[in-house]
Design a protein. Structure first.
Length: 302
C-alpha cells in the first residue's frame, strides 16, 4: 500500500468527522502521511500485542514499525548465575529435556542437571550461555568480569574474540542493542540483519537512542532491547524480585518507534555505544532526521 491511496482515503474519512478535536487529530494524521510516505510491506503476528505493521521508506530503504520493548540481558556478565542470582532468571536462557523445550518454571530440572554436573540423564539446553564441546556451561574465571557467573552470549560478537568468552559478547549493561526475530536473520526478510544499525524513539517521553542489531529472538515477538538501550530511552528495567535484582521492567504498548537500516553493518569494527552513535546518526539524517521520524510515528499506528 503506497502513500497516495492511503492519503486520499484518510482525507475522505476526515470529511465525515463531526467532533472538532477528532477532526484536528484526523487532519494531523493526514499531514503526517503526506510528510512520511511509508509503504507497508507486511504485518508481523506479535504473540503479545497483536499485529504490528512493518513499513519501508523507499528513499532510505529503512524499515520502521512501532512496538513494545522487552528487556534482553544477554551478553551482560552478570546475566546468569548457577545459583540463579543473575539479573535474568536462569529459565530465560535454557530449555529442558531431549527436545529442548522451553519452560518458564525450569528450576527443578535445572537443579537436577546441575547436581549431575550437566553430564547426567537430565538434559538442559543452553541457548543464551556459552558451553564447552560437551555442552557443559562455561563459568567465568578469576580474570573475567564476573567470576562465578555463566558466560552469557549474544548472536553478534565483538571481532577477533573467542566466542566462548565474555569479552566476545555485547554487554547488555553498556551496549545499546536491539533484537530481531531469528526468522528475520535466517531469511533476510524484511532486510535488517545482525550488525545493522538503527534508531529508537520513545513516544511518551520523546527520548531518542541509537542501537545496533545485536541478538536474535523468538519468531513470534518483535520489540526487545538491551539494558543500556532501555536506560537510554528513560526506562530503568531493574526491580527487586523475591530478593534478587532482576532486569524485568519493559516498555509496554507500542510506545517505541523502531527505525532500522538494512545493509548498514560494519564488519570488523568493535562495537560500543560511541561507535554505534557514529554509525547510526548519519543514517538518521539521511532518513530526514528526528522530526521526520516523529511525523512517521502517526503513520505507524498506536
Amino acid at each position: 500500500m503506497n502513500a497516495g491511496p492511503r492519503l486520499l482515503r484518510h482525507r475522505l474519512s476526515c470529511a465525515g468527522v463531526s467532533s472538532v478535536t477528532a477532526l484536528l487529530l484526523c487532519l494531523l494524521t493526514t499531514a503526517a502521511i503526506a510528510q512520511c510516505p511509508l509503504t507497508q510491506e507486511s504485518t508481523f503476528a506479535h504473540a503479545e500485542i497483536g499485529p504490528v505493521k512493518v513499513f519501508r521508506d523507499a528513499p532510505s530503504n529503512a524499515i520502521a514499525f512501532a512496538s513494545q520493548m522487552q528487556v534482553n540481558t544477554d551478553g551482560a556478565p552478570d546475566s546468569y548465575h548457577p545459583d540463579d542470582i543473575g539479573i535474568a532468571h536462569i529459565c530465560n536462557g535454557v530449555s529442558v529435556g531431549p527436545a529442548c523445550t522451553w519452560k518458564a518454571q525450569c528450576l527443578p530440572e535445572f537443579r537436577q542437571a546441575r547436581a549431575e554436573g550437566f553430564r547426567g540423564p537430565q538434559k538442559i539446553c543452553f541457548f543464551a550461555m556459552a558451553t564447552d564441546a560437551a555442552g557443559v556451561p562455561i563459568i567465568q574465571g578469576a580474570t573475567d568480569p564476573r567470576p562465578g557467573y555463566f558466560v552469557s552470549t549474544t548472536a553478534l560478537n565483538q571481532p577477533g574474540q573467542n566466542p566462548r568468552t565474555p569479552q566476545a559478547q555485547l554487554d547488555s549493561n553498556t551496549v545499546p542493542f536491539a533484537v530481531i526475530p531469528g526468522t528475520w536473520q535466517s531469511s533476510g526478510r524484511p532486510g535488517p540483519r545482525l550488525g545493522d544499525f538503527g534508531v529508537a524513539w520513545r513516544r511518551s517521553n520523546g527520548k531518542l537512542a541509537t542501537f545496533v542489531v545485536g541478538d536474535t529472538g523468538p519468531r513470534s515477538k518483535l520489540g526487545e532491547g538491551s539494558v543500556a538501550l532501555h536506560q537510554a530511552l528513560g526506562n530503568d528495567p531493574f526491580m527487586d524480585r523475591f530478593g534478587v535484582r532482576r532486569a524485568r521492567k519493559g516498555i509496554g504498548g507500542r510506545d517505541v518507534v523502531y527505525l532500522l537500516f538494512p545493509g548498514s553493518a560494519r564488519a570488523g569494527e568493535s562495537i560500543d555505544a560511541a561507535a554505534i552513535e557514529r554509525a547510526a546518526a548519519p543514517l538518521l539524517e539521511g532518513f530526514g532526521g528526528v522530526e521526520r521520524l516523529k511525523s512517521c510515528s502517526a503513520v505507524l499506528g498506536n
